[in-house]
Design a protein around this ligand. Structure first.
Ligand code: SF4
Length: 406
């Protein structure tokens, strides 16, 4: 497929793609959307090389299970797009790219119903020009429960394979509203019907923001094709380490350096893997030959600075890139967040922490117990919405001491 090449003058604040990148303090950010939630090892290795050669070597794992190459120059964009095209990782145009937002259960087996439905959904989104009118943040997910489940992720339309049926859920103000179930063979037609009915009402809002009567119109369009829901549990799987014939490995703050991704790809190949699966909690899953190969891969990944245990304090800390990557920041957010991580265990702090380089809060994904916002080399502290003064960046222990008092 030959991709349309985006022109210069990308829009700041845009949800970035590879065809429509976003300008940031360290250059352009191009978001690569893997197909059916995974990258072959060849694709992953090539992306690491592209990030090194054309970007600044920083790669971000995103909360929509995509991957971003940072620090690109305008003049290198066409080269990147041509390489992504060669790797089969680019869409026909920026409109299609913007709506191809499908999260896939990362441990689902090759050839499973989950993966077949996800692949068919991608084809449906790419093949129906009417669907490019969907809001760019509109998302879908295909889950199967288990130890790496998407059950806690939010998407406009959720599908969950359970007992040979596909449960269909629509996002609402109160979370996913499960409408009913259908056979796998009709799931795509039902989703497309939901999308068309949604577009008939208001293509500019998210599904959860529609007036209740418009939500009911979508329900009415689907219900005749749905049967009663089979029972299923809402698990909150975000397993790390050895899990179901695979290993889960997280990147601190979702940031992988190109050399690290390249090395991880080699290690995965040694462990018998053929691909990397991406998750919205920024953990990569690698199916391994056997437990010994998995243990060896985990050990090597830890030596690379990656996270392999679910109780690692780094997983409770969010930090935006901060200085020097972002010109809006006067503080080294990620360096400070690492120092905080080593302090939390010693100080017995069990809550979540968000370290932001400025008030914009780019890394914020959920409210945190402790919020540090940088300004002029200091951090202001907020706990439970209440301001607790400021600390010097070099005195982070005081931030934890402050929050342990009531
Ligand atoms: S929160 Fe501020 S400092 Fe951090 S990345 Fe966003 S703009 Fe930059």
């Amino acid at each position: 497929m030959t991709a349309a090449i985006a022109t210069k003058g990308q829009v700041k604040g845009w949800c970035p793609g590879a065809l429509r990148p976003m300008q940031s303090g360290d250059g352009l950010i191009a978001r690569v959307r893997p197909r059916v939630g995974m990258l072959s090892l060849d694709q992953a290795r090539a992306l690491a090389g592209l990030a090194e050669r054309l970007g600044n070597g920083h790669i971000d794992l995103t909360r929509r299970a995509n991957l971003q190459i940072r620090g690109l120059l305008d003049e290198d964009l066409a080269k990147l797009q041509a390489e992504l095209d060669r790797l089969g990782l680019i869409d026909a145009d920026a409109e299609v790219e913007a709506i191809r937002n499908i999260m896939v259960a990362p441990l689902s087996a090759m050839g499973s119903t989950v993966r077949r439905i996800a692949a068919d959904l991608e084809r449906a989104l790419m093949g129906d020009r009417r669907l490019v009118k969907l809001p760019t943040k509109f998302g879908l997910l295909v889950d199967e429960g288990g130890p790496a489940s998407l059950a806690n992720e939010r998407a406009d339309i959720c599908l969950r394979v359970v007992e040979g049926q596909v449960a269909v859920g629509l996002d609402s103000r109160d979370g996913t509203y499960w409408l009913g179930a259908c056979p796998p063979s009709t799931a795509i037609e039902i989703v497309v019907r939901a999308l068309h009915t949604f577009l008939d009402s208001d293509p500019h809002r998210r599904l959860r923001d529609l007036p209740i009567e418009d939500q009911h119109k979508i329900h009415s369009a689907l219900l005749p094709s749905l049967s009663a829901l089979p029972p299923f549990e809402k698990t909150d799987g975000r397993a790390l380490g050895m899990v179901q014939g695979a290993v889960g490995i997280a990147a601190p703050f979702g940031r992988l350096e190109a050399a690290c991704l390249g090395r991880l790809t080699d290690l995965a190949a040694d462990a018998g893997a053929t691909e990397l699966r991406l998750s919205p909690w920024r953990t990569l899953y690698v199916a391994v030959r056997d437990e010994a190969a998995g243990r060896s891969l985990l050990e090597s990944a830890q030596a690379l600075g990656l996270i392999i245990q679910a109780d690692d304090p780094m997983l409770r800390i969010e930090a935006c890139p901060g200085a020097p990557d972002c010109e809006s920041s006067s503080v080294d957010t990620r360096g400070d967040a690492r120092r905080l991580a080593s302090l939390v265990a010693a100080r017995g702090f069990a809550g979540s922490i968000h370290v932001s380089g400025c008030a914009k809060g780019c890394a914020k994904s959920a409210p945190s117990d402790l919020l540090l916002v940088g300004s002029a080399g200091r951090y202001s502290l907020t706990r439970g919405g209440e301001t607790r003064g400021t600390v010097e960046a070099r005195d982070l222990a005081a931030a934890l001491a402050e929050t342990s008092h009531g």
